[in-house]
Write a protein that binds this ligand. Structure first.
Ligand SMILES: [Zn+2]
Length: 287
């Protein structure tokens, strides 16, 4: 089974109860809950020259090193996870004091919960969309339980915004569907000195209700259009239990200069990824 199909199968189960928490009761299937509740740290890993992955079996963050500090994408579940991020950064030779921005993909606790600790301690700016900030603040159960302190958002991002820090920029795409105001990201990564453009789809799970499914479909098209403009060929995710994420991280951690980086999908691989994104949402709509 290829990677994206696995992504959708897992993420659909995983995120459905999250997305539609106010609409439905019930927990994700036991094996998915087992992943989501598994705080076992993964080895903090330098995946690209300027991009690092720190996190647990449940969820990860991506740290982008720039000439003026560090941009973090997502922040895991809670204070303990934030301390894991802090420790991981130090292990990787990154100074947490250099944290300048925390870009939170969407208003679910597994993505925003560590932001408060890091923002309070290191004065990093926390950025989200206004819509998902409201969503975060009004949903207080399911993934948004008391475990996850509400993120102190100090910057609202809009579609097309570019967050620039020193020599690096992250383009913001607003991609509703999984949540009402989720974001996805496009940013350059350096692999052995060679530039590639990475895409990170913020809220993977396909929602249950038709209105959100149609929003998701529209977001997929927007995402693909923008990704194609920059010839993106790298795809990253916060949930490495999806697809071959753990193996890819391990392989990236031990690869030597010049060897294949598993996160680079290449021209054909990324095309397949787009096709499968479209097929998956179309299938969900037609069911
Ligand atoms: Zn989510």
């Amino acid at each position: 089974m290829n990677r994206f199909i696995k992504v959708i199968i897992v993420a659909t189960f995983c995120a459905l109860p999250f997305l539609s928490q106010p609409l439905m009761a019930g927990k994700p299937p036991a094996h998915i809950m087992a992943f989501l509740m598994n705080n076992t740290p993964l080895k903090p890993t330098k995946v690209f020259d300027n991009v690092y992955c720190i996190g647990s079996v449940s969820v990860t963050t991506w740290a982008i090193k720039t000439s003026e500090g560090i941009i973090l994408i997502d922040s895991m579940w809670d204070d303990n996870d934030a301390k894991m991020i802090e420790k991981g950064m130090i292990e990787l030779g990154l100074d947490p004091k250099d944290l300048k921005y925390i870009l939170v993909s969407h208003g679910h606790g597994d993505h925003y919960g560590g932001a408060k600790y890091l923002a309070d301690k290191y004065h990093a700016k926390v950025a989200m969309t206004k819509v998902d900030t409201d969503f975060m603040n009004t949903l207080n159960k399911g993934p948004n339980g008391p475990r996850s302190p509400k993120a102190p958002v100090s910057m609202f991002l809009k579609d097309g915004d570019v967050v620039t820090l020193g020599d690096r920029s992250v383009k913001i795409l607003v991609t509703p569907g999984h949540t009402p105001g989720g974001m996805s990201f496009i940013f350059p990564v350096m692999n052995d000195g060679e530039k590639h453009n990475a895409i990170l789809w913020g809220g993977t799970g396909i929602p249950r209700d038709m209105k959100s499914k149609l929003a998701y479909k529209k977001s997929v098209e927007h995402f693909i259009t923008e990704a194609k403009k920059v010839n993106a060929d790298v795809s990253l995710t916060a949930h490495l239990f999806i697809g071959s994420g753990f193996d890819d991280l391990k392989a990236a951690g031990i690869r030597k200069k010049g060897e294949k980086n598993p996160f680079i999908l290449g021209k054909d691989g990324i095309q397949k990824y787009y096709t499968q994104m479209r097929e998956s949402i179309n299938k969900a709509i037609n069911n």
